[in-house]
Design a protein around this ligand. Structure first.
Ligand SMILES: *[C@@H]1O[C@H](CO)[C@@H](O)[C@H](O)[C@H]1NC(C)=O
Ligand SMILES: *[C@@H]1O[C@H](CO)[C@@H](O)[C@H](O)[C@H]1NC(C)=O
Ligand SMILES: *[C@@H]1O[C@H](CO)[C@@H](O)[C@H](O)[C@H]1NC(C)=O
Ligand SMILES: *[C@@H]1O[C@H](CO)[C@@H](O)[C@H](O)[C@H]1NC(C)=O
Length: 207
């Protein structure tokens, strides 16, 4: 009887140990909830590309994205994700995910930290990154299980890979084309809603 009790205890602790071990192997936070076993929230030195989710693409990667300008206030600059074709500068070429907090690093070690994301506006970054006291741990990467588009991992925000679009800011010749989360017609003239199209944000350059 004692033996049986020890055995029961042993198998109970073995069962308890198994999930703890797999949790250590894939230590993803709540920002990856619902994204399955291919989710990850730590990655360094990648870039992003926007892959046209409903139309045609020149290749399986998509168009390269950079941190484009989005204004400044005294002591801080704002950045958004712009197509490199519309904003041909790459001041923050190394992106990283740290437990779901997205940031970009420039050649001088300057950091752009991602802020919170709101429906209807472009996901933003602030420079210097140190001006964000508590990082927004809202992003997650997820391995692609659909080989139809290159097999690259995708970026999710709030566990959602399906709500990003590319939207031109205007018809002006030098207008930026930017990523918007859940674009809306009601956007205070910030972008041309009728010309938005849905994209997947591919994570490029890991491994
Ligand atoms: C990041 O990746 C780029 C391109 O692959 C490489 O040139 C650069 O040295 C890498 N930086 C670091 C810090 O590993
Ligand atoms: C992406 O697909 C949409 C159709 O959904 C199309 O209107 C748009 O021109 C395409 N964009 C590019 C850059 O090919
Ligand atoms: C994919 O196509 C885009 C748009 O033509 C181009 O900017 C990009 O460099 C291409 N990427 C690769 C990996 O060929
Ligand atoms: C971040 O934004 C989401 C909605 O987009 C909101 O629910 C959440 O409360 C915000 N978080 C903080 C810390 O402001």
């Amino acid at each position: 009887m004692l033996f049986a009790a020890i055995l029961a205890l042993a198998s109970a602790s073995a069962a308890a140990a198994a999930p703890a071990l797999s949790a250590r192997q894939t230590p993803v936070g709540p920002q990856c909830a619902g994204l399955g076993p291919g989710a990850f929230d730590i990655a360094s030195n990648f870039t992003l590309a926007a892959w046209n989710a409903t139309g045609s693409n020149a290749n399986d990667t998509g168009v390269p994205l950079v941190l484009g300008q989005a204004g400044a206030v005294d002591g801080a600059e704002f950045k958004i994700l712009s197509t490199w074709a519309s904003f041909p500068y790459d001041d923050f070429p190394e992106l990283s995910l740290e437990h779901g907090a997205l940031s970009g690093t420039g050649p001088m070690g300057n950091v752009a930290a991602a802020g919170n994301v709101t429906a209807g506006i472009p996901p933003g970054f602030i420079v210097p990154g140190s001006s964000i006291e508590t990082p927004f741990q809202i992003y997650c990467g997820v391995a692609d299980t659909d080989p139809a588009h290159g097999g690259l991992p995708q970026l999710a925000v709030f566990g959602d890979t399906d709500s990003f679009s590319l939207c031109p800011a205007s018809h002006a010749p030098l207008a930026q084309t930017n990523v918007v989360y859940k674009p809306s017609a009601d956007n205070y003239g910030e972008y041309l809603f009728d010309e938005c199209y849905p994209v997947k944000l591919h994570i490029v350059g890991l491994y």
